[in-house]
Ligand binder design. Structure first.
Ligand code: NAP
Ligand code: MG
Length: 452
């Protein structure tokens, strides 16, 4: 029996011990999930599946405070973020609860008979979740997967299992049948890998590092297993000289330092047109030094600690080789704290410019014109998000179209929204989550021809 001691990253104190599942326990859970699929969930009337998902949403809503408190302690998230995250699970469930009754096929004109298509569920879906946004990323996988008639086995990150475990209990409390949503805490190398190799798991939804994502994609090839990947990012916040510089400078820290920079959508590159470069930096500085970096049990905290000692070491490694122009504060003490840090560079080969830091560090670089900005933003193997600040709407749209990235926002830093598709270009991922079409990714399209 192996177990993992969950640590509060703001204090390094132990929170609780969690049992880590073995391969045998994983196999038993997958087999039970498959039995729940063929024996019930798949064949439940669409309206009943919808009702159960709405009940699940209602139960989550009644536990937002409790779930948020767990995430504040387990992941060091701020209260504001943690409440939003629990509410996002509720909203996703409500949004996709409308899907079972709308899983339309098509009637296609053909000679000699009638042709219809059906959207049929895949079976057991394996969702593998990272530690940075434990609740939302779990919900983006299980809500549409369940709505489409699949059962789900979910592996939270070893570091952050507590909210996922609670969501699994709340699903039962809401009346979802046993084994329809099973949360299996464990190691990636044990539970995660078994999802990939188990023949009854018909799709993997993975969010995490690009390195592990590539391994999972290669593993899925063996059974031609369906796979959706949400991986890393190195996204740009592009500030043109004609932008509202005050607004751009005031919002830039939150677009990268939110969740202590542990966000695949973090705008960790800021590109500033040269003629306003100094003005922008002078306005960015008070916005960064004014950030409230506090123990997240303080409700006014805007940024908490990093998730682990290991992540702290990685981020310090980046800072050791960079020139920090200015930085914010930390409360100090035993937690995994790094101040929000701003690095200036004109070296496009510097590690800080090329690699995902996953910490509160942003690199700022000047550019000359629109073409230069687009070329610099696209000079990366990643392509997940990005922002454009300009008062010229034509330019805003032109640059949004030119940046090779899945999620762009103009004059804002839009977070992931469940109404709209989310995913990456290039090595930031494969496939899309969320939005009106998410259930399609959890179905096979079957074609049936009936002769006259
Ligand atoms: P990771 O190793 O990719 O972990 C993500 C999830 O995959 C965890 O649940 C992990 O389990 C599991 N996993 C690990 N190895 C696996 C395998 N061989 N087969 C199946 N599942 C496996 O990410 P990490 O180590 O936590 O973080 C490393 C870096 O990844 C970060 O510094 C950051 O750059 C990036 N990252 C990106 C995102 C994102 O949202 N795109 C999220 C997290 C991290 P364990 O809990 O046992 O590791
Ligand atoms: Mg890892």
């Amino acid at each position: 029996m192996s177990s993992y001691t969950v640590i509060n990253p703001a204090t390094t104190e132990a929170v609780t011990d969690v049992h880590l599942a073995s391969v045998e326990e994983t196999d038993a859970a997958v087999e039970a999930a498959h039995a729940a699929f063929v024996g019930g969930w798949r064949d439940l009337a669409p309206g009943e599946r919808a009702t159960l998902l709405r009940r699940f949403a209602t139960v989550v809503d009644a536990h937002v405070e409790e779930l948020a408190e767990l995430e504040v302690r387990n992941a060091g998230h701020t209260w504001g973020n943690a409440r939003w995250e629990a509410g996002n699970v509720r909203d996703c469930l409500n949004y996709y609860s409308a899907a079972p009754e709308r899983l339309f096929g098509r009637q296609i004109p053909v000679p000699g008979g009638v042709d219809v298509t059906f959207r049929e569920p895949l079976g057991v879906v394996g969702v593998i979740v990272p530690w940075n946004f434990p609740m939302p990323i779990a919900g983006w996988g299980f809500a549409p997967a369940l709505a489409a008639g699949n059962t789900v086995v979910l592996k939270p990150a070893e570091l952050t299992p507590l909210t996922a475990i609670r969501l699994g209990e709340l699903a039962l409390e809401a009346g979802l049948p046993e084994h329809v949503l099973t949360v299996i805490p464990g190691k990636g190398s044990v539970v995660g890998e078994r999802f990939v190799t188990h023949p009854l798991v018909r799709k993997i939804v993975f969010t995490g590092s690009t390195a592990v994502g590539k391994k999972i994609m290669a593993g899925c090839a063996d059974q031609v297993k369906r796979v959706t990947l949400e991986l890393g990012g190195k996204s740009s916040n592009i500030v043109f000289a004609d932008a509202d510089i005050d607004a751009a400078a005031a919002s830039a820290p939150y677009a990268v330092f939110d969740n202590a920079g542990q966000d695949c959508c973090a705008r960790s590159r800021i590109l500033v047109q040269r003629s306003v470069y100094d003005e922008f930096l002078s306005k960015l500085e008070p916005a960064v030094t004014g950030m409230r970096v506090l123990d997240p049990t303080d409700e006014t905290s805007e940024m908490g600690p990093l998730i682990s000692a290991q992540q702290l070491g990685t981020v310090r490694g980046f800072l050791d080789e960079a020139d920090v122009a200015f930085e914010g504060s930390t409360p100090g003490g035993p937690g995994f704290w790094v101040p929000p840090s701003v690095v200036t560079t004109e070296d496009t080969q510097a590690r800080i410019w090329r690699e995902e830091v996953f910490g509160p560090v942003v690199a700022v670089m000047p550019f000359d014109d629109e073409a230069d900005a687009v070329a610099l933003a696209n000079d990366t193997e990643y392509g997940l998000s990005g922002s454009i600040f300009t008062r010229d709407l034509g330019r805003g749209l032109r640059v949004a179209r030119a940046v090779e990235s899945g999620n762009l926002s103009v004059n804002s830093h839009s977070a992931v929204r469940y109404w709209t598709p989310f995913g990456g270009y290039k090595q930031s991922g494969l496939g899309r989550e969320l939005g009106p079409d998410a259930t399609s990714a959890f179905t096979e399209e079957k074609n049936v021809f009936i002769a006259h």
